[in-house]
Write a protein that binds this ligand. Structure first.
Ligand SMILES: Cc1cc2nc3c(=O)[nH]c(=O)nc-3n(C[C@H](O)[C@H](O)[C@H](O)COP(=O)(O)OP(=O)(O)OC[C@H]3O[C@@H](n4cnc5c(N)ncnc54)[C@H](O)[C@@H]3O)c2cc1C
Length: 393
């Protein structure tokens, strides 16, 4: 059956699918895993704040209409001139295609980084990182070698900062729980610029930085990573920062299959889209979320965030509903609802419009946005189920 095919059940794809589902418009949703991942919370998985499975939401439970289908498959190739999607489970025709395949970590060809550094871009990657950290702590327990307790993160954006914040809280407690000293624990955050969190207000950046330093994080600023070996990051200045755990959060890129399909992409494989989120030059292909390069009215390119992806998905779904009822689509306008960065379970910084919040207040805002998202996904039942798991009640 032809019709609307949505690729990816992340923040963007799922928002579009839910909107169509609500209005009884059939679609096929293709996703690699049978679940939606709470990707914006992956640092919590790496820090073992809660069971990893609580950060996944089964796709089966989310849709009400029997007219739509969820296909668990890996998208391999897009044959746009024939309007076909090739997957590892067969080929599907489409009338309208929505590409929402997200992004993965980009290592920019830096030697050794892809081989030796962990990533934090999927549930599986976050779990692998957590298991590795546990093994390193065990080795430290057996050998006393402090190299096993040296944890390095490269990249001082949201992902790197939230991971460091999580570890600054979780790792000392874990060591104490095992009866181990915390004196050998080293947490190093390497960032190419003078300040962390480039997308938040300078005042909040300073708060986040001082909070990390206060909790023992060594900030290595204005240093570019030139490469990695199994036991160190090598910096452009020639300095080596040693550690057995290297994490790279220095940037993301969209999947190469978009470029291979002949879509108009930028250097990070993001597809240039028009104000209606349509791939430029293609009539029936929409691209949303981290896969899209969208310029707002002032010429600013929207950042790869869950907030942008969700708004795009919701907007596109609503536009397709409008078109199904013979109405014209509306151009996409992004509304920035602010940024909240958690620095572990007890502290955060938030910027909502011109208002700033720090400490526990910021975390209340983060919780508020989690709740809003869960309500939107599955209503009060999903909200309650997840919050029970996360509050462990
Ligand atoms: C640790 C961390 C913290 C973050 N914190 C924030 C935050 O606080 N606020 C914020 O707004 N953003 C945050 N982000 C960014 C945010 O997670 C992304 O921008 C967002 O997930 C993008 O949504 P998306 O729908 O484009 O893609 P995704 O959510 O990545 O979804 C893509 C989906 O496509 C599937 N897929 C990919 N390739 C294939 C394929 N070939 N075949 C089939 N399926 C495929 C994936 O499995 C996935 O389900 C954070 C990211 C990370 C990693």
């Amino acid at each position: 059956m032809k019709g609307i095919v949505i690729l990816g059940a992340g923040y963007g794809g799922l928002a579009a699918a839910l909107e169509l589902d609500r209005h009884g418009i059939p679609f096929t949703l293709i996703n690699r895993e049978p679940y939606h991942t709470f990707k914006t919370l992956l640092h919590e998985v790496a820090g073992a704040r809660h069971d990893a499975h609580t950060y996944a939401l089964s796709l089966e439970d989310l849709f009400h209409r029997t007219t739509s289908e969820v296909l668990i498959a890996d998208v391999k190739r897009l044959a746009l001139s024939d309007k076909l999607v090739e997957t590892d489970r067969g080929t599907l025709p489409y009338d309208t295609l929505i590409v929402a395949l997200g992004s993965h970590t980009a290592t920019f060809g830096l030697p050794g980084v892809a081989e030796y550094a962990f990533r934090l871009d999927s549930l599986r990657a976050a779990m692998e990182l957590h298991h590795h950290v546990e093994r390193e702590i065990k080795r430290y327990q057996e050998t006393g070698d402090p190299l096993h307790l040296r944890f390095l993160v490269a990249g001082g954006g949201l992902t790197g900062v939230e991971l460091m914040g999580e570890w600054a809280d979780a790792l000392p407690s874990r060591l104490r729980h095992l009866g181990l000293p915390t004196t050998d624990l080293y947490l190093g955050l390497i960032h190419a610029h003078g300040e962390l969190l480039p997308d938040v207000d300078p005042e909040l950046r300073a708060v986040a930085q001082s909070k990390l330093v206060e909790r023992g994080v060594d900030l290595i600023l204005n240093e570019r990573v030139a490469g990695a070996d199994p036991e160190a990051y090598v910096l452009a200045s020639g300095q080596k920062v040693v550690g057995h755990t290297l994490v790279w959060t220095g940037g993301v890129e969209a999947p190469p299959l978009l470029k291979d399909a002949g879509l108009p992409v930028d250097a990070r494989n993001r597809v240039h889209v028009d104000p209606f989120l349509k791939a430029r030059g293609f009539e029936d292909v929409y691209v949303i979320g981290d896969c899209a390069r969208f310029e707002d009215a002032k010429g600013n390119v929207l950042p790869p965030t869950g907030q942008v992806a969700e708004q795009m998905g919701h907007h596109l779904g609503a536009n397709l509903v409008r078109q199904a009822h013979g109405r014209s689509p509306l151009p996409f306008v992004y509304h920035d609802h602010g940024t909240v960065a958690s620095l572990g379970p007890k502290y955060g910084v938030a910027e909502i419009g011109r208002h700033h919040a720090t400490g526990a207040t910021a975390l209340v805002l983060k919780d508020g946005s989690k709740m809003k998202y869960l309500m939107h996904l599955g209503g009060p039942v999903t909200l309650l189920k997840k919050y029970r798991q996360w509050l462990e009640i």
